[in-house]
Design a protein around this ligand. Structure first.
Ligand SMILES: NC(=O)C1=CN([C@@H]2O[C@H](COP(=O)(O)OP(=O)(O)OC[C@H]3O[C@@H](n4cnc5c(N)ncnc54)[C@H](OP(=O)(O)O)[C@@H]3O)[C@@H](O)[C@H]2O)C=CC1
Ligand SMILES: O=C(O)C1=N[C@H](C(=O)O)C[C@H](O)C1
Length: 266
């Protein structure tokens, strides 16, 4: 059995992860951490009766008490790096879905995990369809270097652009290199109307609305044609097979794997 602690357990993703871990035979839900609603049993969070696992606020105390193999983190951009470093120092393997981490924080975590020889998976998107969307976008960029990204999410999302959009831009840039896109004499009559520019010049547009879950269009333009690659997560259980895959695979890793594609396609 793989012993799992869920961090951010009371959140939208945390509740799905609790349920998925609880329902999976080879995984043992041993702890749940969240700064919300300390003390309550986690079962009612996903509509189950009491399961005997309380929500606790102090991650380090939970790690010391439960000695898990893996910590799954879906918290916030402000909390994630600290949580991951705490887990690594306790030799607990992080599986991280939280987005919005800075590049310097990611580098620090890479070197800490490598030094300690502890496995860690960080994936901006755990949905198989999203991983394929990014792969197909990289393939399309070989023939259509002109591209813009529109990502659409629920209106409670803290970070913009999404981690998925950044990962998509990075994948396209790795293919098209320093290609310069578009007409550079344009004027924005409303500031920001042309979206944000990722390094390398790819424009990303972030839409936030109630009713949305997680969606993205990658639109390529060429001579007399466009190509659109779109992915929709219409519910959060879309992320669970990827999370469970990462929990099992991280047990056999040393250091950081960044991106689910490295577990699926490698
Ligand atoms: N990689 C992927 O496939 C996916 C990634 N995500 C990412 O996951 C993250 C969480 O998303 P979502 O579940 O919607 O967000 P929520 O705000 O619903 O959940 C986050 C939870 O973490 C809690 N929290 C905040 N800080 C801490 C901390 N230091 N320790 C423990 N708990 C903490 C929050 O409490 P409070 O509200 O009181 O702050 C909240 O209950 C986001 O970064 C999102 O982008 C989401 C979906 C898929
Ligand atoms: O906040 C979300 O909901 C999501 N966040 C991730 C991101 O920023 O890419 C993954 C998915 O898009 C859902």
């Amino acid at each position: 059995m793989i012993k799992v602690v869920v961090s951010g357990a009371a959140g939208r993703m945390g509740r799905e992860v609790l349920k998925a871990v609880w329902q999976t035979e080879d995984l043992d839900l041993v702890g749940a951490v969240d700064i919300r609603a300390e003390g309550q049993d986690v079962g009612p969070l996903w509509g189950a009766p009491e399961v005997g696992v309380p929500l606790q606020a102090d991650l380090e105390a939970v790690l010391l008490e439960t000695r898990p193999d893996v910590m799954v983190d879906f918290t916030s951009p402000a909390a994630v790096a600290g949580n991951v470093k705490t887990a690594l120092r306790h030799r607990v393997r992080p599986v991280v879905g939280t987005t919005g981490m800075g590049a310097d924080e990611l580098e620090e975590i890479r070197s800490l995990a490598a030094d300690l020889k502890v496995g860690c998976v960080i994936a901006p998107n755990f949905a198989l369809g999203a991983v394929l969307m990014i792969r197909f976008a990289a393939e399309a960029a070989r023939y259509f270097p002109d591209v813009e990204i529109i990502e659409l999410h629920h209106d409670q999302k803290l970070d913009a652009p999404s981690g998925t959009a950044i990962k998509t831009a990075e994948a396209v840039l790795a293919v098209r290199g320093d290609y310069r896109q578009g007409f550079h004499g344009e004027e924005e009559k409303i500031p920001g109307v042309r979206g944000g520019r990722h390094a390398g010049g790819i424009r990303i547009h972030s839409v936030r609305l109630p009713g949305l879950v997680a969606h993205q269009e990658v639109i390529f333009g060429g001579l007399g044609q466009t190509l659109t690659i779109r992915h929709d997560s219409i519910s959060r259980d879309s992320f669970m097979p990827g999370v469970l895959l990462a929990v099992r695979r991280v047990m056999h890793l040393e250091g950081v794997v960044y991106g689910l594609e490295n577990l699926i396609f490698a």
